[in-house]
Ligand binder design. Structure first.
Ligand code: PGA
Length: 250
């Protein structure tokens, strides 16, 4: 099971150090096997600092985005190799905030995912529909099109982390019904398996909180959660971890 925290652009350096130290302590107290993987994606500026805290702990670092080239004249961007060197083993690509605010499309996202893999990181690939697309009943077509486009650029793989993140649920305090999450996560798994990714991991993201995490993680189609705001609040994060532990070890 994967528990991924996306801190977005939240927190100063002191907060980041304090929060990561607390998370590391909490994760150290969990059963130490590989059944739950805890990944946190802080703002890139704090990565090197936080790598010193997560070093020798089970908490894994991830980045929130990367460039699709290894190096070059790309002002303000970060190469996947730089992020790997800073300690990241995962990188989120295709987050809806990048899709909407930075106009990222599936070609760019596919190239980023491929670049991340080439640099030795695992991409966490986000897909999901807008409120309008959900309303029009086109959501499954949209999501499978996103997947097909991106997968055609990644090349052959057996495993991939995919996060279903309906845009209308992100940062909205509004989660879909469990049947809605289950439907899409089941289709995603089936769809990518048909395209040769034999062991995908499908996560759900969008307004995951301590109070709804158990219900979401209990869905057999869901292998984990991608958590935004609640990953920056220790009590929420601890409750999500507790739900994961209860489900995994009961
Ligand atoms: P949220 O964000 O949990 O704050 O809704 C989720 C995400 O951005 O991945």
């Amino acid at each position: 099971m994967y528990l991924v925290g996306n801190w977005k652009m939240i927190g100063d350096r002191a907060y980041a150090r304090r929060h990561m130290s607390a998370i590391t302590l909490a994760v150290r107290a969990m059963p130490q096997d590989d059944r739950i993987t805890v990944i946190h994606c802080p703002p890139a500026i704090w990565l090197t600092d936080l790598a010193a805290i997560t070093q020798k702990s089970p908490v894994v670092l991830g980045a929130q985005d990367c460039h699709y080239e290894a190096k070059g004249a790309f002002t303000g961007d970060l190469s996947p190799y730089m992020l790997r060197e800073a300690g990241c083993r995962y990188v989120i690509v295709g987050h809806s905030e990048r899709r909407t605010m930075h106009h990222e499309g599936d070609t760019l996202i596919g190239r980023k995912a491929r670049a991340a893999i080439e640099a030795g990181m695992q991409p966490i690939l986000c897909v999901g529909e807008s409120a309008q697309q959900r309303h029009d009943g086109r959501y499954l077509d949209i999501i499978t099109q996103q997947l097909d486009h991106i997968l055609s650029l990644i090349g052959e793989r057996n495993t991939l982390l995919i996060a279903y993140e309906p845009m209308w649920a992100i940062g909205a305090g509004r989660t879909p019904h469990m049947e809605e999450i289950d439907e899409v996560c089941t289709i995603i798994r089936y769809h990518v398996k048909n395209r040769g990714i034999l062991a995908p991991s499908v996560l759900y993201g969008g307004s995951v909180r301590g109070c709804n995490s158990s219900e979401i993680l209990n869905l057999s189609s869901v292998d984990g959660v991608l958590v935004g705001l609640a990953s920056t609040q220790l009590h929420e994060w601890t409750e999500i971890m507790k739900a994961a532990i209860d489900i995994t070890y009961s």
